[in-house]
Design a protein around this ligand. Structure first.
Ligand SMILES: C[S@@+](CC[C@H](N)C(=O)[O-])C[C@H]1O[C@@H](n2cnc3c(N)ncnc32)[C@H](O)[C@@H]1O
Ligand code: SF4
Length: 363
């Protein structure tokens, strides 16, 4: 049963030096055409389920004008929402306004996610993010003043020009923003980005690991729970939408380059605007074998501190994890922990999680 939905808005008012997401410069005419195509895609695939979570991401949803946002939300009214639906929208510091925030609140949005990344002028410049530390502070206070309390901020680290002291200062800055959720991202130098074209090299694995550790230590000592490899939340504020992904539950993905998991099919939409407008939405569709679905359940579950639920696994696949996979060695070495109800990777080994997951499924 599908209970979640991701909607991708691919427009941005500027392009960052590191980003390889599905995005393009905002253009009024393209936006108009995009919203028409998006509505057609939703009409084609959405089957009327009541949704527990909706997430509008990007790109930069807040780069749309107020009247375009009104059009977008008119389309999204077609999606039935449960009473307590978690409804998130991503906003960027440079184009969020009081009017847009008030409109989101009126439309039932109850969670705001802001890509802050850093407070340092030199780093923001390097990442090509067009705002200042002062603007970040005033935007967060505006979001709170309008009435949102469920707020996430993104923090980026492992940036080649960043010193470990810069990260320490950023962490204090982020803590002072006093929001209940922080997502952290270690910078990846992706193909087809400005940084890659400039031949920038990533920082060493040792520094990356030390930075990851520093973030964990500081945020957990301030009451944030490190509930997933890259995510921290105060009690009761874990992202319900993202938990859908990690619990291997189904979700719609609508929009350019969006991915989804519906009725046992994992799919990825085209990143070509022309194809999308021609209503050729899906680029890849894979019907999952039971084996692959089981492996996804394990790999996704092991990203979180709640781990893989033994009972859920048995109910879903009719087999016991310990009987099916050779995990005794991982348990004996302490890479994997077992409780009465679950298996999980303890925090101290999260930096090895990819290797542990592969050993778990026998690869
Ligand atoms: C694609 S962005 C969309 C949100 C919004 N447009 C923004 O710029 O904050 C979502 C998050 O992905 C992260 N991200 C994007 N590209 C990345 C990269 N190459 N390495 C690490 N994190 C990245 C950023 O932290 C960003 O906040
Ligand atoms: S990081 Fe965000 S704002 Fe920057 S180009 Fe990517 S989607 Fe757009």
């Amino acid at each position: 049963m599908v209970e979640s939905c991701y909607i991708h808005i691919p427009f941005c008012s500027h392009i960052c030096s590191y980003c390889d997401f599905s995005k393009m410069y905002y253009h009024e005419n393209w936006c108009k055409r995009y919203l028409i195509a998006l509505e057609k895609e939703i009409d084609l695939y959405y089957q009327g389920e009541e949704l527990s979570t909706i997430y509008i991401g990007g790109g930069t949803p807040s780069s749309l004008s107020l009247s375009e946002l009104e059009q977008l939300f008119l389309i999204l009214r077609k999606l039935k929402r449960k009473k307590d639906c978690e409804f998130t929208i991503e906003c960027n510091v440079e184009n969020i306004t009081k009017e847009k925030l008030e409109f989101f609140l009126k439309e039932g949005v109850n969670r705001i996610s802001i890509g802050v990344q850093s407070s340092h002028t030199k780093i923001l410049k390097y990442l090509e993010r067009p705002y200042t530390k002062e603007e970040i502070i005033s935007v967060i206070s505006l979001v709170k003043q309008v009435g949102f309390s469920n707020i996430n901020v993104d923090l980026m680290y492992a940036i080649p020009i960043e010193r470990e002291e810069d990260l320490e200062e950023d962490i204090i800055f982020f803590l002072n923003l006093d929001v209940p959720h922080i997502s952290t991202y270690s910078l990846m130098i992706e193909d087809h980005t400005k940084l890659k074209n400039q031949n920038v090299k990533p920082i060493s694995e040792e520094t990356d690991f030390r930075m990851y550790h520093t973030i964990h230590q500081r945020l957990t000592s301030y009451g944030y729970k490190h509930y997933e490899i890259s995510n921290f939340a105060k009690e009761g504020y874990a992202s319900r939408h993202n938990l859908t992904y990690w619990r291997n539950q189904e979700y719609y993905g609508f929009g350019l380059g969006a991915s989804g998991f519906v009725r046992n099919v994992r799919y990825e939409n085209t990143k070509s605007f022309q194809e999308y407008e021609r209503e050729t939405y899906r680029k890849e569709e894979d019907t999952l074998s039971r084996q692959l679905d089981m492996e996804n359940e394990i790999m996704l579950g092991l990203r979180t501190i709640e781990g893989i639920s033994k009972e859920k696994f048995l109910k879903k696949y009719g087999c016991d994890l310990k009987g099916k996979y050779q995990i005794q060695d991982l348990l004996e070495k302490g890479y994997l922990k077992e409780t009465n109800s679950s298996y999980y990777i303890p925090f101290s080994y999260w930096y090895l999680s990819n290797e542990i997951m592969l050993r778990f499924i026998g690869e």
